[in-house]
Design a protein around this ligand. Structure first.
Ligand code: FAD
Ligand code: MLT
Ligand code: ZN
Length: 477
């Protein structure tokens, strides 16, 4: 046992795991990336988190915060060059209060996203953040990554759903910024600095979250069409028709849909016509079921008539709607089952999606003729997930150096079209070394100044998002 750990055990209420078998589940992530930690600490209170951070500052130990460990950027398991304690927030998981009149809720960082949604529903409100990992990711992790998901078009990202934060700083002080104000112009927005900082500036321990009226009705459709450009025009038309009531506008390439259908052992696609692209569209409405369905029916009928889309199916029951959603939500696991996948999470202006896709398709198929590329994502947010799957008969064919080249091709083109190399998953460790290629020097310099102002000893997640100044080339310890 590491000698520095000897006095940690008594410093906080909660658990300290030091046995390899106990630590193991925390040390491998969703992408099968492995990490290491001298211990896993699971405090139950904010004071416990603060005590651990004071101990870390005293002993020079690095701290890696972790929520549900569903992150897709290699930031949730420690890959650090220093002895590290993994700080799991999972036991800090109470809903502290719900204020239905102010339409806010205070949740601790370790609350599962699904539990936050349920607490809002109990108060007849909606907490709209929604993603396929909602049964296992935590609200602290969502805020640390500024997660997006499938309702951003209507309600915004995690950042836009958060009014206040409680944060433990790198030296173990507690900042209580849990105000429930929709307007607050009293200086720098510290809240916004911590949101999206991927655990590198402070540990989020609780948050004030915005709630919304529950929609009275939803209508869900799947649509087939041949050009992404037409999809972008359809989105604009449906938004005008519905007064901005489109909640979800998700894209899947034909190959992405085929992959997920095969994975779920479904022989039939919900859309009969063979098309190059498919959309999952949802409208949610306060006017009632008929109004939501009418918006979608009329909008899609007009698009069919003008030839903008080839085919459309509107769900006639909740279970049919759920079956459409299942296709979209199983996309991640369907890819994981194919072997080593090179994934991307890029954002572009919606008007640039069509030429970007044409360019990236041509460049990738020239370089990797037998790799299979699938594209899916949140078209309404200009956010594409592009994954290169290994050749069908040879799941180990794509090597790490291929991954680097694929990233270079995709990200250079994203940059050319004015996009970002991460839209919602974050930089983590996977995209860290690419960041300097796409961010200006001044932006990187300001980010480093913020990091060193808030965490001068690089205690928090060193090597996530930014490499510390003394980052070794041999990263094992
Ligand atoms: P973790 O994975 O534990 O951590 C992620 C990062 O946040 C790490 O850098 C960690 O150090 C830091 N962190 C965690 N908790 C804290 C804290 N309390 N304080 C400070 N730092 C902290 N993302 C989307 O945006 N949209 C999607 O649609 C989406 N779908 C997904 C579907 C699947 C099947 C999976 C596996 C992932 C998906 N994701 C999606 C990725 C997404 O980032 C995570 O699901 C989620 O936001 C991470 O939460 P978590 O609690 O698991 O965080
Ligand atoms: C999604 O949109 O499904 C998620 O962001 C996860 C993924 O990229 O696979
Ligand atoms: Zn996504």
């Amino acid at each position: 046992v590491n000698p520095a750990l000897a006095d940690l055990n008594g410093l906080f209420a909660g658990r300290l795991l030091v046995d390899e078998a106990d630590k193991a589940p925390f040390l491998v992530d969703w992408l099968k990336l492995k990490g290491d930690a001298i211990a896993v600490a699971m405090p139950e209170t904010t004071e416990g988190v603060a005590a651990i951070l004071r101990w870390a500052a005293r002993t020079g130990t690095a701290i890696a915060p972790q929520g549900g460990n569903t992150g897709l950027a290699g930031g949730s398991v420690p890959q650090l060059a220093r002895p590290t304690v993994l700080l799991s927030l999972k036991r800090l998981n109470r809903i502290r209060s719900v204020d239905a009149v102010n339409s806010t809720l205070v949740a601790e960082a370790g609350c599962l996203l699904a539990d936050v949604q349920a607490a809002a529903a109990e108060a007849a409100r909606l907490f709209p953040l929604s993603l396929a990992a909602e049964g296992s990711c935590t609200i602290g992790g969502n805020l640390a990554c500024n997660a997006g998901g499938t309702a951003v078009l209507r309600y915004g990202t995690a950042r836009e759903l958060c009014l206040g934060l409680e944060v433990v700083t790198a030296d173990g002080e507690i900042w209580n910024g849990l105000n429930a104000l929709r307007k607050n112009n009293t200086g720098y927005s510290l809240r916004d600095l911590f949101i999206g900082s991927e655990g590198t500036l402070g540990v989020i321990t609780a948050a004030v979250l915005k709630l919304f009226p529950k929609p009275r009705a939803r209508a869900t459709a799947m649509v087939g069409l041949d050009r992404v450009e037409q999809a972008a025009l359809l989105l604009a038309a449906l938004q005008s028709r519905s007064g901005g009531a489109i909640t979800t506008f998700e894209l899947m390439s034909a190959r992405a849909l085929a992959l997920v259908l095969a994975h779920l052992r479904q022989t039939q696609s919900p859309v009969e016509s063979a098309c190059r692209w498919y959309l999952l569209i949802e409208v949610s409405d306060q006017q009632g079921e008929d109004a939501a369905a009418a918006t979608l029916e009329e909008g899609l009928a007009a698009a069919l008539e003008s030839g903008q889309i080839k085919d459309a199916v509107i769900a006639s029951s909740l279970s049919q709607a759920a079956s459409f959603w299942r296709l979209r939500e199983s996309m991640n696991e369907a890819q994981a089952a194919t072997g080593k996948v090179v994934k991307h999470d890029v954002s572009l202006p919606i008007s640039a999606l069509d030429p970007f896709i044409a360019g990236v398709d041509a460049a990738l198929s020239a370089q990797f003729p037998d790799a299979r590329t699938i594209i899916y994502g949140h078209l309404g947010d200009g956010n594409l997930h592009l994954s290169a799957l290994p050749p069908e008969r040879d799941p180990h064919r794509l090597q790490p150096r291929d991954g680097a080249l694929i990233n270079r091709i995709v990200h250079d083109l994203v940059h050319e079209y004015g996009g970002a190399i991460s839209a919602e998953h974050g930089i983590g460790t996977l995209r860290r070394d690419e960041l300097p290629r796409y961010k200006s020097e001044i932006e990187l310099k300001l980010m480093r100044r913020i990091k060193t102002a808030l965490d001068p000893d690089w205690t928090l997640n060193p090597g996530v998002l930014l490499a510390p100044p003394d980052w070794p080339t041999d990263r094992s310890f």
